[in-house]
Design a protein around this ligand. Sequence first.
Ligand SMILES: *Cc1c(COP(=O)(O)O)cnc(C)c1O
Length: 373
Amino acid sequence: MPYRSWVEVSRRQLAANFAALRAVAGAEVEVAAVVKANGYGHGADEVARVLETEGARWLAVAATEEGIELRRAGSVARILVMSDNLPDSRGAFIEYGLTPVVHALEELPPLEEMARKAGRELAYHLKMDSGMGRLGTLAAPEAVAEAVRRTVHLRLEGFMSHLASAGDYSSPQTDEQVREFAAWREQLRGLGIAARYVHLAATVPIAYGRREAWENMVRPGLSLYGYVPAARGAAPPRALEVSPALTWKARLVAVKEVPAGAPIGYGALYRAPRPMLIGMVAAGYADGVRYSLANRGQVIAAGRLVPMLGAVSMDLTAIDLTECPSLQPGDAVTLLGREAEVVLDAQDIADAAGTIAYDVLCGIGRRVERVYV
Ligand SMILES: *Cc1c(COP(=O)(O)O)cnc(C)c1O
């Protein structure tokens, strides 16, 4: 590879993960593939292309710009914009055929006005805050029904909510949210308001088979990319088998011997306890190597796990190559992925860095080339 640092994304693995999700969800449940945050670092355009080829009918993003980018890249699926209904974004819903999530009833009149002016109908999904305490309306069913009835150019297509503690089986919060959401919809049905799609489940409730949280659409993100967060408490066995689709590599810019006592990197956070062979990897925190991995992280070099040494710099990370004397400048090491039997995945890195796998994947920077295999 002619790059300093790159990720290799397996199209086949993405397709297999999507197929596994669809199989678990079953024919009655629509799978909206979440490709926000540049497809969790995998490159949203190509992920969308692969999934649409596999039959994906719905994609979901956080930001309007992400939806626009997908359209420009040729995406023809429905695109749900989940976390962005800002006044300046609204024109794009019509222009690019994006489907907004409405989080507050006050958002309806300006959307209605825009759709009226454009002479077009705009479908939207209405989000209810069932206990996440983030986005979503807290309005009573009567107020919702009234606001929905006042629109004629808008079409209520979905009811949506989001779970705060789906992975924690020792918490009652998920059951409470599912009940709250169901009761709200039931009251709305009594008022004559219904929607084609109902959804609140992301990866965890799918992966652990919590069917009562599925309704007729699910929104998997992380699992598409091959990861399922560990559950807490008495979780049932996992119903979903997926595997990581991404490998992250970087080349050695330099390899050198240092004497005992040599300080390594900013702040001399590491000092060589003996003569060592060190390598400078062409990736740093600007590329997504977590700064918190100083003296804690590892990479795979020549098929073995070796430690990072000292501080992670913006563009470089020092590693111990004493046990890998065959490596030369220009050779690649694996920052995330596998070499033969040795595995270092996003969860391992997250554990070492004090974060979550989501953060590790989304954090892989723009400077890292995306290569599809
Ligand atoms: C990101 C996101 C998802 C996907 O969550 P995963 O845990 O990655 O599956 C689903 N729904 C909403 C509202 C989100 O913001």
